[in-house]
Ligand binder design. Structure first.
Ligand code: MF3
Ligand code: CO
Ligand code: CO
Length: 256
């Protein structure tokens, strides 16, 4: 299937969906404290998303049982919220919110540091945050999709970290997951040429140990094979005439 080019009206709808996802993520992340359960995060996402007139896209997606992914410490992605899982001082936890508004989707995540995680965990969080920024900086019309992953991988290597290769970003629009697949590793100079109107996510998963992962028996939860911490940040972006627009930017103080 070809990569969809969105027209100005569709991009405006994507902006609205992206803004809702970003606002829900900001509101929920601000409430994370030691002692809460990840099921509480799920409840907050459901309430906040509904209050904004949107729907949590992940709920029921291929049978996913929750409204949000909560991925703690050595969980790489797709962690399932649970009333039995408590957030503790020193944890790092990724919260991944995807919202559907008026038929369009916005998808964004951050990794939150709870209190003072150890130096390795803090480092992997910073490298994931900077890896997303490096990927975004490579987005412009005429660039190749492989340039995005190459920029992320170069940064990760420079910082002594690794990129998880089993999962990538994805086209997004009228569906949560659409072509193309967005690898977070190189080589650069290859892959589809970026064109104005394309919308996709960049969501690097970075590890500080071995990049090898396995998926637990629940069929969803991906963890590092060696138990080392992993972090992820995600934005939904649009290719514009002269560069890149982040559709899920969190704007300080505009949480409503
Ligand atoms: N929001 C996730 C992503 O970034 C989607 C995970 S699929 C789910 O692509 F079913 F686990 F929600
Ligand atoms: Co995504
Ligand atoms: Co996501």
């Amino acid at each position: 299937m070809a990569i969809v080019l969105h027209d100005p009206d569709e991009l405006e709808a994507m902006r609205r969906a992206g803004r809702v996802a970003a606002q829900t993520l900001a509101a929920v992340a601000a409430r994370i404290r030691p002692g809460i359960t990840t099921a509480e995060i799920d409840a907050w996402v459901r309430e906040d998303t509904a209050a904004r007139g949107a729907r949590p896209s992940q709920l029921g997606y291929k049978g996913f049982p929750a409204a949000v992914c909560t991925s703690r410490n050595h969980v790489v992605c797709h962690g399932i919220p649970s009333p039995h899982e408590r957030v503790e001082e020193g944890d790092i936890i990724n919260v991944d919110v995807t919202s559907e508004l008026d038929g369009f989707h916005g998808d964004t995540s951050i990794t939150v540091c709870v209190g003072s995680p150890g130096p390795r965990a803090r480092h992997v969080v910073e490298v994931a945050r900077r890896g997303l920024a490096a990927g975004i900086a490579a987005v412009r019309p005429g660039a190749r999709l492989g340039d995005v992953g190459a920029a992320i991988e170069a940064l990760a290597r420079r910082e002594g970290c690794s990129v998880v290769r089993e999962f990538g970003g994805h086209g997004i629009g009228r569906r949560m997951h659409m072509p193309p697949h967005v690898a977070h590793h190189g080589p650069g100079g290859r892959g589809p040429r970026l064109r104005a109107g394309m919308t996709f996510t960049i969501e690097p998963m970075i590890t500080i140990g071995d990049p090898e992962i396995r998926v637990l028996a629940d069929g969803w939860t991906a963890v590092t094979a060696d138990g080392s911490p992993s972090a992820q940040f995600e934005h939904t972006v649009a290719v514009t005439a002269d560069g890149c627009e982040v559709l899920t930017e969190r704007v300080a103080g505009s949480n409503s």
